[in-house]
Design a protein around this ligand. Structure first.
Ligand code: ADP
Ligand code: MG
Length: 626
């Protein structure tokens, strides 16, 4: 080989930070570096197998994939090698070198200083390789890319901020790590310690992992059939949870799981879990989500989005199909009939699992809803097929729940008053914003439950929700409120007041015509003088607010002002009008009341300074009289 030149390169800032952390602060659970390196070797083999599916000759003589581990206690070197894809020079620099992956950046941002938490983050953020520097003072990696003509590369670093690169004469594909173990970590050079750690974390790796002893004799450390192929009765909860951990790196055990081995026209197995905690990037648009796909036990791909609708993307797990070809590509998946059938069945399984949880384990369901309710609600505008299930599973806060507790529609119906026909909701920015709304006054006085739709997506949810169990969902701030039998008395009083207030209301509407399309008497209010409502067909105030926040152009529709005929302010104003319909103060009063109604519902007022000066004017007048 010609003398290759050695290049010295610098790690990017975030990588340096990470290395610094690995070397100086993380020491509570160092053994996981082995899990990370073996998982990388296993990923590399999966990639090699996938790339060679259609071109098996790429693999040459070396067709048996394997991961080999050996320790040289005297020289203090641990070796891990795989015959996976390997890396080209460019890939090497990109993957473990100068460029910090988005995962690395996020990882550094999320560090808490709490040993245990930070350790569990390592796996989740895909920064596993660097964990080797918890136990190593030097690492040499040699790698040769499958199917590339380029020479093999040798990478070396002591984790101090720089690494070197040069060509190597490695002949066969794959990656070999030479790990120089620190004195204080020499336990990782002992066979029994290595064996224990690998058995603990790598039981589910589907490629053989062998450990060679001093004399070169190899012992295979894994090799049980994958858990999902075993009979359900033979799998303990601990084993299910352990497999979940292996899949997700999640510290907490899952909330629930469903394992189904289906035989018949289609043959497949699904093992699906519902996590107890939302990942940090649940709403990240490029978020890798989806299930892992296997075909006849052979790993095909992670993050297969086609196996579940996106609103169920919180679910984790695997699908193993007997009917798909091994060389199935992402493009084929999108229109594949087998995949579509599995997707449908898996959707049903998740919904059933949630339904059981909602009935039998209410605390767990509350946890689920807190973590994933927002994502689940996306289903209302994409999953018409299962709309009835979604309706039973959806939860909202309500006037009868404490903050942070939820009510379902079935419970709501049970709690309805005997004469109540419809289901009522109020929508707004937060619980605090809706809780004291004037629109709720009559509901409070009659103890009718009102759902609080305080999540922006809820406005879209109710559009698909529309009715439940034959009962309409009605917005308390929209249309002419008709509580039917429940408000017979109020309606009578309202009719009477309509005569008395007729001319006054006409004048009010005329003077505030830019904002109001109508002024009318209401039975909605108990304490407030007036409130604003939207016409049945118009957009509600909350929807306007949400669209504005999303920078959408909205033409605000004119509102309807409803007045409380029993309120002293209204009674006095009406008298003021009767005494002198031309009184110039009337206009100011009208504006003031409309502004107050806007404030009370959480909307913005056009001219806050004008409002304050009007209020101050009235206050000054009052104080002068006092
Ligand atoms: P992750 O595995 O989550 O991507 P790592 O820090 O463990 O993060 O590894 C970074 C990248 O380095 C991997 O994505 C892979 O591209 C590359 N890599 C690491 N180990 C190997 C290996 N043994 N063979 C081939 N590529 C590897
Ligand atoms: Mg990794």
């Amino acid at each position: 080989m010609t003398a290759a030149t050695q290049e010295k390169m610098e790690f990017q800032t975030e990588v340096k930070q990470l290395l610094n952390l690995m070397i100086h602060s993380l020491y509570s659970n160092k053994e996981i570096f082995l899990r990370e390196l073996i998982s990388n070797a296993s990923d590399a083999i999966d990639k090699a197998r996938y790339e060679s599916l259609t071109k098996i000759e790429m693999l040459g003589e070396d067709k048996t994939f394997r991961i080999q581990v050996s320790a040289d206690a005297e020289r203090k070197i641990l070796r891990i090698s795989d015959n996976g894809v390997g890396m080209t020079r460019e890939e090497l620099i990109k993957n473990i070198g100068t460029i910090a992956s988005s995962g690395t950046k996020k990882f550094v941002e999320q560090l808490t200083g709490d040993q245990k938490k930070d350790m569990s983050l390592i796996g989740q953020f895909g920064v596993g390789f660097y964990s080797v520097f918890m136990v190593a003072d030097k690492v040499i990696l040699t790698t040769k890319r499958l199917g590339a003509d380029a020479p093999a590369m040798r990478w070396e670093s002591t984790g101090d901020g720089t690494f070197t690169l040069e060509e190597s004469d490695k002949k066969d594909r794959g990656t070999e790590l030479e790990i120089h173990i620190k004195d204080e970590d020499k336990e990782y050079l002992e066979d029994h310690r290595i064996r224990t750690v690998i058995r603990k974390y790598s039981e589910y790796i589907s490629h053989p992992i062998s450990l060679a002893d001093k004399d070169g004799k190899e012992e295979v450390l894994n090799g049980k059939p994958p858990i999902w192929r075993r009979s359900k009765s033979e799998i303990s909860k601990e084993q299910y949870d352990e497999f979940y951990k292996h899949l997700t790196y999640d510290d907490e055990p899952p909330l629930a799981l469903t394992h189904n081995q289906v035989e018949g026209a289609l043959e497949y197995t699904t093992l699906l879990y519902i996590p107890a905690k939302a990942p940090y990037d649940l709403f990240h648009p490029e978020k890798a989500n989806g299930l892992s796909l296997y075909v006849k036990r052979v790993f095909i791909m992670n993050d297969c989005k086609e196996l579940l609708p996106t609103y169920l993307r919180f679910a984790k797990g695997i699908v193993d199909s007997e009917d798909l070809p091994l060389n199935v590509s992402r493009e084929i998946l999108q229109k594949n009939a087998v995949i579509q059938k599995i997707n449908k069945a898996a959707t049903k399984k998740i919904l059933q699992l949630l339904e059981t949880m909602a009935k039998e384990e209410k605390d767990k369901y509350r946890t689920f809803w807190k973590e994933f309710g927002n994502v689940f609600k996306e289903g209302f505008h994409m999953n018409w097929e299962n709309l009835d299930d979604l309706k039973r599973l959806v939860r909202f806060e309500s006037s009868t729940t404490a903050a942070g507790e939820y009510a379902g529609l079935e419970e709501y119906v049970v709690r309805m008053k005997a004469e109540q026909k419809d289901i009522y909701y109020i929508s707004g920015e937060s619980r605090a914003a809706v809780e004291h709304s004037p629109h709720l006054e009559v509901f409070k006085s009659k103890e009718i439950e009102v759902l609080y739709l305080i999540d922006p997506i809820d406005e879209w949810v109710v559009q698909s929700l529309a009715e439940f169990d034959g009962k309409k969902l009605l917005n308390v701030a929209k249309g002419d409120l008709d509580l039917g039998e429940l408000s017979k008395e109020e309606k009578k009083a309202q009719k009477k007041a309509e005569g008395t207030y007729k001319k006054f209301m006409g004048d009010f509407q005329e003077k505030a015509a830019d904002l109001l399309k109508e002024v009318r008497v209401t039975s909605r209010l108990k304490e407030s003088p007036c409130c604003l409502v939207a016409d049945e067909e118009d957009m509600g105030a909350n929807m306007e607010r949400i669209l504005k926040m999303a920078n959408q152009k909205v033409t605000a529709s004119k509102r309807i002002l409803e007045i409380n005929p029993e309120h002293p302010i209204m009674q006095s104003l009406q008298k003021m009008y009767d005494a002198d319909a031309a009184n110039p103060k009337l206009g100011d009063w009208y504006k003031l009341l409309v502004d107050q109604a806007l404030l009370a519902e959480g909307s913005e007022i056009k001219d806050p300074a004008g409002y304050v000066s009007k209020v101050n004017g009235f206050l000054a007048e009052m104080l002068a009289k006092a």
